[in-house]
Write a protein that binds this ligand. Structure first.
Ligand code: PLP
Length: 407
């Protein structure tokens, strides 16, 4: 009998998510052969022993019995109320618990909010390098991601002129990821004010991904855009995956603020797609109130002497010490996005670069083009391993780049 061929949907054309892509499959294959791979591909804190606060685990376990049933599609009352108060304390007025959606991580809320909004050909401005879910989710939702440049020479801040240049009558909104993945950049207030000005002028929605809000170093401050304007519609995304180190619990939230009256129809659509997935994982919703109101143990990790701060400092130094590699100091998040001298190493293909590092040095990195960066001259480095493991990484990478020449 002739067999039938099932092909993937054309909707997926051009979409990739290489943080879990083919190089990771190769790492898995090597692990199955018995090699110990140092995985620097995902921002997954518990994997490196950067664990959740005990009170969070306790709270979820304690409420497990209560969490058996479906909840309201936007989430349980206590969680949404806690989120509402969190933002009210930041000075955001005119919000109610109706403006808050709890989701299975920020990831799900990004997908829901774009699916409910975009029609074929609608454009959304997305930074590059980007967290690739944003570009993928815009495309999957039928829209077109228009990339604006973040400038390495200027601490990876968004290039405002480039943003202005790329606005068209089809532009619906602009994505801001601050603190940024993969660059670690934390934007000054003035840059955000300029982005707001542009958004207000062109009546664009601001999609503000603030999942690394609490992971900032030295005197960097992560400003919440929604607290800076009510003159346009702002969607703020945040969650507990990073600040409270529970990415496996899948819990995040979305807040609508500002010009909600422009969006009655969009909100109807958003409510519909939220209800189609019934509700988000209920046990994890019980972590929110405790997480927001409890002891902020993340502060201990990012201050001088804290684990994340020390690992950032060490990693920044280790990469800059390798001849042919330069790196902007990250002021937030869990990543570095170093530049590789392509001439020196004859690099034409950054995917091959990360394959070569993986196969010869057993370190798993993600190539810069996996973040929609247009040139093969970057990779992303996750600085979650402890110093002892980072010392091992330093030795192996130094060795690798001493002799590397791409054929
Ligand atoms: N946004 C950014 C910028 C991220 O880096 C990540 C995860 O790494 C997410 C969103 C997704 O987070 P969540 O675990 O809440 O789905």
């Amino acid at each position: 009998m002739q067999h039938r061929v099932f092909q993937k949907s054309k909707k997926l054309e051009g979409i990739f998510y290489d943080i879990r892509g083919p190089v990771v499959a190769e790492a898995q294959r090597l692990e199955q052969e018995g090699y110990n791979i140092i995985r620097l591909n995902t921002g997954n804190p518990p994997r490196f022993g950067v664990d959740a606060p005990d009170e969070i685990i306790h709270d979820v376990a304690y409420n497990l019995r209560e969490a058996q049933g479906y909840t309201h599609e936007k989430g349980v009352f206590s969680a949404r109320k806690a989120v509402m108060q969190y933002y009210q304390l930041k000075g955001i007025q005119d919000i109610s618990i109706d403006d808050i959606y709890i989701g299975n991580g920020v990831s799900e809320l990004i997908l829901l909010s774009l699916q409910a909004l975009l029609d074929s050909g609608d454009e959304v401005l997305v930074p590059i390098p980007d967290y690739p879910l944003w570009t993928g989710a815009v495309t999957l939702s039928g829209g077109k991601a228009i990339h604006y440049i973040c400038d390495e020479e200027a601490n990876w801040y968004p290039d405002l002129a480039d943003i202005r240049k790329k606005i068209t009558p089809r532009t619906k909104g602009i994505v801001v990821i601050n603190p940024n993945n993969p660059t670690g950049s934390v934007y000054p207030r003035e840059i955000l004010e300029e982005i707001i000005k542009i958004a207000v002028e062109h009546k664009l929605i601001i999609f503000s991904d603030e999942i690394y809000e609490k992971i900032v170093y030295e005197d960097a401050k992560a400003y919440c855009i929604a607290s800076m304007t009510d003159e346009t519609l702002v969607l703020t995304y945040n969650g507990l995956s990073k600040s409270h180190r529970i990415p496996g619990f899948r819990v995040g939230w979305l807040l609508l603020s500002g010009k909600k009256e422009w969006a009655t129809d969009y909100i109807e659509g958003l409510n519909l797609v939220a209800s189609m997935r019934l509700c988000s994982n209920v046990p994890a919703q019980y972590a929110i109130q405790t997480a927001l109101g409890g002891y902020q143990s993340i502060d201990d990790l990012v201050r001088p002497g804290g684990r994340l701060r020390e690992q950032r400092d060490y990693s920044y130094q280790l990469l800059n010490d390798i001849p042919g590699i330069t790196c902007v100091k990250p002021m937030g998040a869990l990543y570095l996005f170093p530049k590789v001298d392509v001439k020196r190493f004859n690099i034409k293909d950054d995917m091959k670069l990360v394959y070569d590092i993986l196969r010869t040095k057993h370190i798993l990195l993600v190539q810069g083009t996996g973040f929609n960066w247009p040139k093969p001259d970057h990779f992303r480095f996750v600085f979650l391993p402890d110093i002892k493991e980072l010392e091992e990484v330093a030795g192996r990478l130094k060795d690798f780049f001493e002799t590397y020449k791409q054929e």
